[in-house]
Design a protein around this ligand. Structure first.
Ligand code: PXL
Length: 282
């Protein structure tokens, strides 16, 4: 069997499990080759730490692709997350054009907001830039805040109704042109949290939920997104990938809660990897 190759375009936050320090181990563990394109190097992520370093690598991105073009590299999937500027959005959009083959799966997580608020480091115009990038994706992974910001709608607190969630999914499909949508942070009651999927072509919607564990655990969006990318690249269906990602993320949070770790340090996903490999059937 040919081994598939994924390109992960994210920052490296040296400490505080998120972005590449999550994507690389999860994707590799599931039997896929993971090529990385680091967009920046930070001493920690930006969520809750102060005084972090930030080495911007924007100027390196195009030369990296220029070199790869001389090697004729092909990617089965390209996965992007946190991007630090409009310039990086434009460059990543250009990278999609240059590296996409007929069967390359493009997955965009429009990381920029949570809990009703745009992250403070981003200008108000950022959601429009991310929306444009999402229009180039096969699969997008917004949370509810990112979804409403891209749609120019007001943020509402949950619990949500099925009608509201399905309306959001359909409006996102129309507004971005993405073929598949995974909406995270969905809860229809106070006990369970999960994600909803929408396959635009087949008009199929699915849900996966796990018991809520209170608290804001950092990097969980990247844990979730990495499992989705790994599962889809390995040929799983969208509803099955979503189920796997919801459970893997929730179990990682549960492990971290029991250990009482600082919420900024990210979640213990590492100890769930053996089970993930088994569940993925590889
Ligand atoms: O997990 C998303 C993420 C990735 N990278 C950096 C971040 C964040 C979220 O805040 O700050 C640098």
């Amino acid at each position: 069997m040919d081994q598939k190759r994924v390109l992960a375009i994210h920052d490296i936050s040296c400490f505080g499990r998120c972005s590449l320090t999550v994507a690389l181990p999860i994707i590799s563990a599931t039997g896929l080759e993971c090529t990385v394109m680091p967009t920046a190097v930070l001493s920690t992520h930006t969520g809750g730490f102060t005084g972090y370093t930030y080495r911007d690598l924007t100027d390196d991105l195009i030369p990296i692709v220029d070199h790869w073009k001389t090697l004729d590299l092909k990617f089965d999937s390209i996965y992007t997350g946190f991007l630090g500027s409009f310039e990086q959005i434009d460059i990543v959009s250009d990278i999609f054009d240059r590296l996409k083959e007929e069967n390359t799966l493009i997955v965009v997580d429009p990381v920029m907001a949570d809990n009703g608020e745009l992250y403070k480091i981003f200008p108000d115009t950022f959601p429009n830039g991310m929306k444009k990038l999402c229009s180039k994706a096969d699969v997008i992974l917004p949370n509810i805040t990112e979804a409403v910001l891209m749609l120019g709608e007001e943020y509402k607190e949950g619990p949500y109704t099925v009608n509201y969630i399905e309306g959001l999914l359909k409006r996102l499909g129309e507004a971005t042109g993405a073929k598949k949508i995974v909406l995270t942070g969905v809860y229809l009651n106070k006990d369970d949290l999960g994600a909803a999927t929408y396959d635009v072509e087949s008009n199929q919607i699915s849900y996966a939920f796990h018991t809520i564990i209170p608290g804001y655990y950092h990097g969980t969006g990247d844990v979730f997104g990495s499992v989705i990318v790994a599962a889809l690249t390995n040929g799983m269906s969208l509803p099955k990938a979503n189920e796997l990602a919801v459970y893997f993320t929730a179990e990682s949070i549960g492990r971290t809660e029991r250990a009482g770790t600082d919420l900024r340090y990210g979640v213990n996903f590492e100890m769930g990897i053996p089970k993930l490999i088994k569940d993925m059937g590889i």
